[in-house]
Design a protein around this ligand. Sequence first.
Ligand code: SAM
Length: 297
Amino acid sequence: MGDFDADWLGLRAPADRRARAPDLPLLLRPQLPNGQVLRILDLGCGTGSNLHSLAPVLGGAQAWLCLDADADLLERLPDETQAWAQQSGLDWDASDQRVTGAEPHLTCTPHLNCTLATRRFDLARNLAELPIDGIGLVTASALLDLVSETWLAGLVSQCAKVRVPLLMALTYDGRVAFEPALSLDREVIEAVNRHQGRDKGFGPALGPSANGRLAILAAAQGYWVEVRRSDWRIRRSERELQAALIRGWSRAAREEAPASDEGAIAHWEAVRLAAVERGCSRIIVGHRDLLAVPRRA
Ligand SMILES: C[S@@+](CC[C@H](N)C(=O)[O-])C[C@H]1O[C@@H](n2cnc3c(N)ncnc32)[C@H](O)[C@@H]1O
């Protein structure tokens, strides 16, 4: 089991879904080849949240290859996909891991016919062996803030060589706003953002600067780049998600801050959790989505 257990991914999934920039997949669609199966590589797929959001919007024939280092998450992905398909009114065929149908509110999108395959793959160690041949789209969600500058530059350069588009969703950008506000909020989030730079297996992590660096690296490799805000807007009723975030931020801030600040951060956590419990806390967490399409030769 890695750092991202299935419960956490399930908890964040509704906020992720609401946050994603709706127009980027629409801008991407006309850039994709017509009449062929679109082969999609999903990096750090977890339990399939990116597939569940993107596949119905893109529509048509798709073959997803979902990569993750965590075997437990990969094992759960087909069941999560079946549950998502049922909730969305789509058909799931377990024998060949295929989702078909059309979402009722997307009647103009070509009928979805999407297969999925999973592979255990350590992206940090094996970037040079990324199975990118014949891939028509490289995508990821909530991954890039974990990676290093060197890793990201390597990914972009590999993708540019085969002129494959990139759609990278939900990269944390360092902005957090709380309601009600507390005087320690800024200090805590600054400490959290420093903590984000710690090595997550890929070398020193880009954290909040990942999306900006990707935009620059992709443009330098001849990509046309579009960036959108995709902020989590966490509702008062989403108490469990808020509490998990506050506890995680408090832990990270205490690891970064001098010991003399620990009491103040623990107090911050207690006040925040009490506000969540009373149902009067809302949180906005800044994220970005990025689409990069190779410019025509
Ligand atoms: C925040 S989760 C996002 C999961 C999924 N994309 C989503 O949006 O729910 C980050 C994912 O990256 C995966 N991951 C982290 N380091 C990895 C590595 N070195 N190789 C492959 N996957 C990795 C984790 O196992 C986890 O599934």
